[in-house]
Write a protein that binds this ligand. Structure first.
Ligand SMILES: C[S@@+](CC[C@H](N)C(=O)[O-])C[C@H]1O[C@@H](n2cnc3c(N)ncnc32)[C@H](O)[C@@H]1O
Length: 307
């Protein structure tokens, strides 16, 4: 397991190959499910009243729906849809919307479909949603990469990437596809971990290794700078309406939660995974907290409109 972890993590951070990303998720997404108690795969938005990862994840999902004004949308494309739980949350909040879930991981698509076929999605009873009307005509699952899509031009009202675009490469292809598929005036919303204050030049990998330490390996994806994302969006036919940085509501509270509950979480993790993996997880969560406090990483929400 140790060798498999190191191999997957190193390959995915050095080679940036989509297959490695899928392998990482297929091998380790259970770790996220064990620690959060649900089937969402994002870090969550922790504000007042949120005391556990699951509620924070639902809060982030809803925040993105509000930011992207999903209440006015008929067709929404969710790129990097995880187990479709964000889509189910939005379908519940926006009863006239249809959502198309795109995921590179076939396993997640199959499991996401099974979860939505049961028409209920939460193991956490307090947050269980009522069943969703006409779910079969409103939720669609597609196994595809987000950088090359089969959707027709100008067909979507919204395109959303909830903590998934850090995996999309080349990033520009994802932005171009979003532009092509959105209707005129359609909205593009992205929630993404970002690097800030990253120096220009070709020494980025060394810089990242020094500053991010173990996080560089466990954050198994591209490390995009916030300015790079802004430029990509603006240069490819969008007007940016809003950029909100919410890192202090993401990394610090998540790390504090893990520290406070580590004994119990550790026990649950050790039922499924070896000891070293819990240590790697603990260290990377702590490292994320420090990197966020030092202003090295942030978590950005972008809202842009197709011009
Ligand atoms: C951090 S998870 C977030 C999942 C979901 N949005 C959520 O919040 O639960 C990132 C997702 O992106 C998917 N993914 C990674 N690379 C992708 C690609 N090139 N195209 C489509 N999906 C991709 C992964 O399989 C995973 O489901």
């Amino acid at each position: 397991m140790l060798r498999k972890f190191i191999k997957l993590a190193l390959l995915s951070s050095l080679r940036h190959n989509p297959t490695d990303v899928v392998n990482i998720y297929d091998t380790f997404s259970d770790l996220m499910n064990i620690t959060t108690g649900g089937k969402l795969l994002n870090f969550g938005y922790w504000d007042k009243g949120v005391s556990n990862p699951f509620d924070a994840q639902i809060k982030l999902t809803k925040l993105l729906g509000e930011l992207g004004r999903f209440s006015n949308a008929k067709n929404i494309l969710d790129l990097g849809s995880g187990y479709s739980v964000p889509a189910l949350t939005w379908l519940h909040s926006y009863p006239t919307a249809k959502i198309y879930c795109i995921n590179l991981s076939l396993n997640q698509i199959i499991e996401g479909k099974a979860i939505s076929d049961q028409n209920q999605f939460l193991e956490n009873a307090s947050s269980k949603l009522e069943s969703i009307e006409s779910i079969k005509d409103r939720l669609f699952h597609i196994n595809s990469t987000s950088t090359f899509l089969a959707h027709k031009n100008g067909t979507m009202d919204r395109i959303v990437a909830l903590e998934s675009a850090q995996h999309f490469s080349p990033f520009v292809e994802f932005v171009r596809e979003a532009w092509r598929i959105l209707k005129h005036d359609g909205m593009f919303v992205i929630a993404i971990p970002v690097l800030v204050n990253k120096p220009p030049g070709n020494l980025i990998p060394l810089y990242e290794l020094r500053k991010l330490g173990i996080l560089n390996i466990t954050w198994a994806s591209q490390h995009y700078k916030i300015e790079f994302i802004e430029a990509m969006i603006k240069e490819n036919g969008f007007k940016i309406d809003e950029v909100v940085c919410i890192g202090s509501n993401v990394y610090q509270p998540l790390a504090n939660y893990y520290n406070t509950n580590r004994i119990n979480l550790r026990k649950m993790i050790l039922n499924h995974y070896p000891n070293f993996l819990e240590i790697v997880l603990y260290r990377s969560i702590s490292k994320m907290k420090t990197a966020s406090e030092r202003g090295i990483i942030d978590y950005a929400l972008f809202k842009a409109v197709k011009k």
